[in-house]
Design a protein around this ligand. Structure first.
Ligand code: UD1
Ligand code: CA
Length: 459
């Protein structure tokens, strides 16, 4: 292959993935928070190819919808007759001089170094292999003499001696379009003899029969080039990806209590000296300022946490912002639109939605704050509920600065509590409470001395 010609990447993604036992097409199974094929596409794009062709077939509408972008071309493989058939379809009508790199939609984490080596190889055909402890399920690399790839034998066609080979085919290979087209055409005849399935892997034996140089590269990162056929392999790739993400975060200065109990399913930006305790799950876009600490078992999705804030154990935060020096949790739930201004505190079993808690304001226990603005330094007593929903519409509550809401109050929105107002415990507030005054609604307390407990009749 000449390096000067443009590179075309083909991604095979037409298979059903029967061994997953899922309604979701295999290449759309989530890995690190995105469909598996997204990782393949990212790696393909990093090579700066002229085109990327995705071969789709099973649930092709769903796959097309999930992957999009510039320079992407889809080829429909209506019947999945094998990987050779898929590549032949993708290369129909392609200029024979073009360089082609074949990637598998179910081999998501291939190191870029391996792809660079395949693409940069001077051989007519370059195959990426790996040496593994347990080769079961993979095509075996038959070398003759050692180091020279002679052919690839699929497991189902391998005799017991060949099955002992621990060098396996990753599926990834590079060659010129014209060569692949010719080799595949030769392989089609063999496919017919073999009851139908048309193997891409047969191109190796055909190239060798033509006395053409075939290069074999063995990946230095065997675990990263393994395919995903079932749930266990998917989980293994997830761990591998998470380990790499954890290591990258630690290199960037993030302290993790345990990198094996860290899950980043989106993007994370962080300042200096942040700390994440075990089992924190981060999704979407998460941004942490300097010295932020996150306790064990927290889940954050699309959240910004400013410097010095502390999110304590088992808190769940989504689409919200936590200001500097705030303390949240343990067991707090901040739903979309929650906003904590500097120094605000939210304690256990407090839920906030579309709600702003002013600077140094507190809601420390058992409270629902929905569609509300709470002023600076206000204190929201335990059990306070904003009754924001009348069954049809949502209404807002406004609580002024320095207000004090007594425990177990219901604030029936729309309603306004003035600055420095005090609401007596147990109040059902249905009208605005003026500033600087005590407002309460409470049945007067009474004691009845003429009353006695009912007793069970004897006998
Ligand atoms: C394939 C290789 C095997 C290799 C392994 C590495 C062949 C014949 N075998 O086996 O040597 O060790 O991958 O993971 O290539 N696909 C299509 N159209 C089809 C069939 C498959 O697009 O008609 C796609 C699948 O969606 C998948 C990929 O090709 O993304 C591989 O197919 P799969 O059936 O998983 O092949 P393996 O049995 O894993
Ligand atoms: Ca596979």
């Amino acid at each position: 292959m000449t390096r000067a010609s443009p590179l075309h990447v083909v991604i095979l993604a037409a298979g059903k993935g029967t061994r997953m036992r899922s309604e979701i097409p295999k290449v759309l199974q989530p890995l690190g928070g995105v469909p598996m094929i997204t990782h393949v596409l990212e790696r393909a794009r990093a090579l700066g190819p002229a085109t990327v062709t995705v071969v789709v077939g099973h649930a092709s509408d769903r796959v097309r919808e999930a992957v999009h972008g510039k320079g992407l071309r889809f080829v429909e493989q209506a019947e999945q007759k094998g990987t050779g058939h898929a590549v032949a379809l993708a290369l129909e009508g392609q200029d024979p001089d073009q360089r082609v790199l074949i990637l598998y939609g179910d081999v998501p984490l291939v190191p870029t170094a391996d792809l660079d080596a395949c693409v940069g190889s001077e051989s007519r055909l370059t195959v990426l292999g790996a040496e593994v402890e347990d080769p079961s399920g993979y095509g075996r690399l038959v070398e003759h003499p050692p180091g020279h790839l002679e052919r690839i034998v699929e497991e189902r066609d391998a005799d017991p001696a060949l099955r002992l080979i621990r060098r396996i085919n990753t599926g990834i290979l590079a060659a010129a379009a014209g060569d692949l087209q010719r080799w595949l055409a030769a392989g089609e005849a063999q496919a017919a003899e073999r009851h139908g399935e048309w193997y891409l892997t047969d191109v190796v034996a055909v190239a060798r029969a033509e006395n053409l140089p075939v290069a074999l590269r063995i990946s230095a990162q065997a675990a990263a080039v393994l395919g995903v056929n079932d749930r266990a392999q998917l989980a293994a790739q997830e761990r591998l990806l998470q380990q790499a993400r954890a290591e990258a975060c630690m290199r960037g200065g993030l302290r993790l209590a345990d990198p094996t109990r860290f899950d980043l399913r989106g993007s994370l930006a962080f300042g200096t000296d942040c700390f994440l305790d075990v089992n924190v799950i981060l999704e979407g876009r998460v941004e942490l300022g300097d010295r932020v600490t996150i306790g064990p078992g927290c889940r954050l999705r699309d959240v910004t946490v400013s410097e010095g804030a502390e999110i304590d154990a088992y808190s769940v935060l989504e689409s919200c912002t936590v200001g500097p020096g705030c303390v949240v949790g343990p067991f707090a739930r901040l739903r979309p639109g929650a906003r904590l201004e500097p120094g605000a505190r939210v304690g256990n079993f407090v839920e906030m939605k579309n709600a702003t808690l002013g600077a140094d304001a507190k809601a420390n226990h058992l409270t629902y704050l929905g569609d509300v603005t709470v002023g600076a330094r206000a204190n929201i007593g335990a059990g306070t509920i904003t009754c924001n929903y009348d069954g049809a519409r949502k209404h807002r509550t406004e609580i002024g600065a320095d207000a004090f809401i007594g425990s177990n109050s219901s604030l029936v929105a729309p309603v306004v509590v003035g600055d420095a107002a005090t609401i007596g415990a147990g109040t059902v507030l249905t009208q605005d409470a003026p500033p600087h005054a005590l407002t309460l609604s409470r049945a007067p307390q009474q004691t009845r001395t003429d009353w006695s407990r009912p007793r069970k009749a004897k006998g």
